[in-house]
Design a protein around this ligand. Sequence first.
Ligand SMILES: Nc1ncnc2c1ncn2[C@@H]1O[C@H](COP(=O)(O)OP(=O)(O)OP(=O)(O)O)[C@@H](O)[C@H]1O
Ligand SMILES: [Mg+2]
Length: 193
Amino acid sequence: MTPAAKTQTLVITIGLPGSGKTTAARAWVAAARRTRVRVNRDDLCHMLHEWWTGWPEHEEPTGETLEAAIRVLLASGKDVICDDHNLRPEAWQLHAALAKEAGVRLQVWDLTGVPVKDCIARDQYRGQRGGHRVGATRIRAMRRAFTRAGGMTSVRSTLNCPVVVPEPQRPGPVTTCLLPLPEAERRKGDRQP
Ligand SMILES: Nc1ncnc2c1ncn2[C@@H]1O[C@H](COP(=O)(O)OP(=O)(O)OP(=O)(O)O)[C@@H](O)[C@H]1O
Ligand SMILES: [Mg+2]
């Protein structure tokens, strides 16, 4: 029997900071490095502006770069995962539009079931290890905003695509690319030609 043709896919993760989106996405890419790629808004912001800021004047170029990257990668035949939190309707609707435009399947990875207290603890641990720390107040606010936007019920009804809960991955090393500013500045100083 001929195996079914593989379907090109845009995967988006949905989950709070610390829920394990990047850890799961990296494992997925590592399992098929030739065909799968990962893109991430915060990583791009850091690359473009040498810091994760969240400033409005950085949001626009970051968003445009993210969109362009996803378009180009889908057009080149890659399976793409965008491991942003994607908790806002604009985010998940944008990805649905990009998948439709490219004629590829959209799949959602639902990490919203990870308890908020675990997300906060992991985020705190990551901060203590020199990584980016979002903080408990912001994480709780993001959870409330997602619930107000209709939560996964709204995601399912507006996207009408497969939703899966990824296997929890064994945590890897703490990501060091999203450093708090003082550390980023220090490292910049270290990087002499
Ligand atoms: N299944 C897991 N069990 C325990 N710790 C985990 C698990 N998955 C990830 N972690 C740890 O939690 C921290 C955050 O993980 P990760 O960076 O994957 O989260 P994230 O959802 O991408 O967060 P953010 O939205 O801030 O980028 C990391 O230190 C990671 O090692
Ligand atoms: Mg992440």
